[in-house]
Design a protein around this ligand. Sequence first.
Ligand code: PFF
Length: 455
Amino acid sequence: MKTIKQHAIWGHRGTFILAATGSAVGLGNIWKFPYIAGENGGGAFVLMYLVFILLIGVPVMMAEVTLGRHGRANPIDAVSKIARQSGASPMWNLIGWSGVIAGFLILSFYSVVAGWSLEYFGAAARGHFVGLDGETAGAAFNALLANPWRLFGWQSAFIAMTVLVVAFGVTRGLETAVRLLMPLLFVLLLVLLVYAVTAGDFAAGWRFMFGFDPAGLSWGAASLALGHAFFTLSLAMGAIMAYGSYMPGKASVGKMVFAVAALDTLVALIAGLAIFPIVFATPGLSPAEGPGLMFISLPVAFGSMQAGVFFGAAFFALVALAAWSSTISLLEPGVAYVAERFNIQRWTANVLIAGSAWLLGIGSVLSFNVWQDMSLLLGMNVFNFLDFFTQRVMLPLGGLLMALFVGWVVRRELLHHEVRPASETLFSAWLWLLKYLCPAALLVILLAGLWDQFS
Ligand code: PFF
């Protein structure tokens, strides 16, 4: 194996929390969580999601950070090194490969959707939502999707924004970006929450999110909640492992991971509490709107509310910032691998990987219009296939392998030394969850996802 150039370390103690939260908080929290909670009855779904974050998400995230920090390299080399130290087969580095490839594939289509937030930011700020009705909003959204050039333009802009940050490297690029973006993101979110409390129907929004209706508990909803808990924490996609590899040795893995999971969950809940009151305050809008909740219902709602131009623009700025700090983390693992492995400049690696994701992303752009009905694999177009394959197959499979690797294969002393647990009971509980509960749960979502697709 080639020697690896010295690996970077975050310059500030808290950067891991900001960067990993930046990765975790994204379209998943602000767009997807509210709409899947909305479609699955609210409270009961939210409760299942919280349990899964705690029992499955946190232990797996700790495993991923531990691998990164101990390996002190990009995800592929980090896992290889730990497998060697544990006397295990080098094949385990499949975990690293799967993470880096999944991150790359997700970047290709995530940046397409992220680009829509830029279009909507512009439309909101120019007052285009004022007086909008549901039909016009739906038609405008469809017109955007039907226009490949426009989608391509926004996708390209988003990739360019991502490249710009990653090119400056770990401390000057990523660290500077998250230290500016994350506080801004939290301020915007709180401003929107205050707006929802004062201008929206907050009581209805609260009841919807936290009112417990057992009818919402179903196997389908449980597997969706678990899959989402994994996606929203950015697990098994190289991002968290890469960020963990830049974490200073003294920081406590458990505490850091707990903080990230708590912040990510808080943002999803606040996003729901900011969105639903606004939706409920507008006659004719339903919380179970599906994917159109953000791009159709919200513009209508902002368009009919006081100061909606300002707050609508603030909302879409928030979405764009959240997505931006996520795409950065999707690009970083691949760049770190190529730069370290082939000993080339980060700039070159960056342009190479981001350029390929950009080209692949064109397939997703066309999936909303020209290639919509094309069946690539399993009867799906490019976007649907990549979305299915990464989230339903690679992510649970990568997570499953990671839980098994850390739970059963990696030497216990190595883990103990790296994690430096606050108590032996917590350490044993963590390992127990990784050995049994996490693999079982991940196997269930893997099978449920495949079943959904093929039945
Ligand atoms: N966690 C992000 C979200 O909820 O939108 C998405 C994501 C980012 C997934 C980075 C994976 C990743 F590596």
